[in-house]
Design a protein around this ligand. Structure first.
Ligand code: GAR
Length: 195
């Protein structure tokens, strides 16, 4: 029997529909390695909040001022005994205090093969439109540690998929999301086990 104290408590930060958050919640639901103990969002009406509620996971809404001008979030994360953070469609740049408090314990997923198609403004459909516009023949996902710069932390995992000439940005997005759902939860688990 694993002592519950040794279970890694994950906070998932998400701003959108939360399909990755759902996969992560489900993957760790009966895990002895980790569980999702908190969902943090900057949007009051984010789909991820109802997903969390359906799974009985507490949620926390944050605002920009509190996030960047105070360190109150650290108290919240401490209260929920969080020791690992996962950004799953969370678009705000991580502030220094968060990166320092969770050194190599914050993972992000990016819907492209970094270092291509990364940086400020490169998120969601913007990424897939850029992939289409530049005529790439493949794209994919990158899971990386988070630092204080957009999409620049060390890579942990990449997987690719082909882009056909006739693929629309929506087609590309769909194929990339399949990779995200398949590989993100297990990559998180590997990093936690390695840490
Ligand atoms: C995912 O495709 C993720 O890679 C992307 O947002 C989507 C969230 O989808 N993140 C970024 O673009 C970060 N730069 P979801 O809410 O269904 O998980």
């Amino acid at each position: 029997m694993v002592n519950s104290k040794s279970i890694t408590q994950i906070a998932v930060f998400a701003s959108g529909g939360g399909s990755n958050a759902l996969k992560i919640i489900e993957y760790f639901k009966h895990s002895e390695v980790a569980r999702v103990a908190l969902v943090v969002s900057n949007k009051q009406n984010a789909g991820v909040l109802s997903i969390a509620a359906e799974h009985g996971i507490p949620t926390q809404i944050i605002d920009r001022q509190g996030f960047y001008e105070t360190e109150e979030l650290l108290d919240i994360l401490k209260r929920f005994e969080i020791n690992f953070v996962v950004l799953a469609g969370f678009l705000w740049l991580a502030p220094g205090y968060l990166v320092r408090a969770f050194s190599r314990k914050i993972l992000n997923i990016h819907p492209a093969l970094l270092p291509k198609f990364g940086g400020k403004g490169m998120y969601g459909h913007h990424v897939h439109e850029a992939v289409k516009a530049t005529g790439e023949t493949e794209t994919g996902i990158t899971v990386h540690f988070v630092n204080e710069h957009y999409d620049e932390g060390d890579f942990v995992f990449q997987a690719s998929c082909p882009v056909a000439l006739e693929d629309s940005p929506e087609d590309i997005a769909r194929n990339v999301l399949v990779l995200e759902h398949r590989f993100f939860p297990q990559t998180i688990e590997k990093v936690i086990l390695a840490g």
